[in-house]
Design a binder for this molecule. Structure first.
Ligand code: C5P
Length: 221
């Protein structure tokens, strides 16, 4: 039996990976499946929370009773998360958001020219939604959680990232070619702004999700 310890709470979760269009048929994307964000949504709903799931390019079934807002780009994800965060008790940014997008969008399909070298693709920075939300909380006492996929020095880089982004919790996992992305299981350490460090052993993304909600619930005002 799952305790309804999040009843009356509204949580906003971003999931999946953004796509930044180059032209009508091409985009810059990433390998995020959305499984961790969906597991967070299912577990929060099971604990009684009202859940808004901002889903970037996922193909997973919508969890029962969860309000799913589909988005494609980082700009759309930001708009949807900021809108839903207005009355949220917690925001969890599990989505892989593109750090950069193509500087220009070609309204017609980019063509190859015979014998010519390809044109370089110029990129511009996307806003950091997690840092923005953490710095300017739309609601006092709102708990903000980030995720960080690191390929090396995961803990040290995670600490630096937590401080830079000013979130309350940062879920750090080490990723590699065959780890985490698209997998059913995950292994992580949850770092707290209060200096806490909670290791979560390799296991289902639901188990990591429940640990995240335990740590979030502890911090609710
Ligand atoms: O800096 P890095 O991309 O590793 O940080 C990952 C965390 O920041 C994730 O929680 C991700 O959702 C969030 N993020 C964001 N906006 C960006 C890039 C990342 O909110 N433009």
């Amino acid at each position: 039996e799952v305790p309804a310890d999040m009843a009356g709470r509204h949580v906003v979760i971003s999931a999946g990976g953004t796509r930044e269009p180059l032209d009508p048929v091409r985009f810059l994307g990433n390998r995020s499946s959305g499984k961790q964000g969906y597991a967070l949504a299912r577990t929060a709903a099971a604990r009684g929370a009202r859940v808004t799931l901002v889903a970037a390019n996922t193909t997973l079934p919508a969890p029962a009773g969860v309000d799913v807002v589909p988005v494609e780009t980082a700009a759309q994800l930001r708009e949807a998360v900021v809108k839903a965060a207005g009355d949220a008790d917690a925001v969890v940014m599990a989505a892989a958001v593109a750090d950069f997008r193509p500087a220009v969008y070609a309204p017609g399909k980019i063509k190859k020219r015979n014998g010519a070298d390809p044109d370089p693709v110029a990129l511009v920075r996307n806003p950091d939604i997690l840092a923005e939300l953490s710095t300017d909380r739309p609601r006092a006492g709102q708990i903000v959680v980030g995720f960080a996929a690191e390929t090396e020095d995961a803990l040290a880089n995670g600490r630096t990232k937590l401080a830079r982004k000013r979130c309350d919790l940062l879920v750090v996992n080490e990723v590699g070619e065959h780890r985490t992305f698209g997998a059913e299981d995950n292994e992580a350490v949850v770092l707290g702004a209060d200096g806490s460090e909670t290791p979560v052993p390799y296991g289902p993304k639901e188990a990591l999700s429940d640990t995240v909600w335990d740590l979030v619930a502890l911090r609710f005002p």
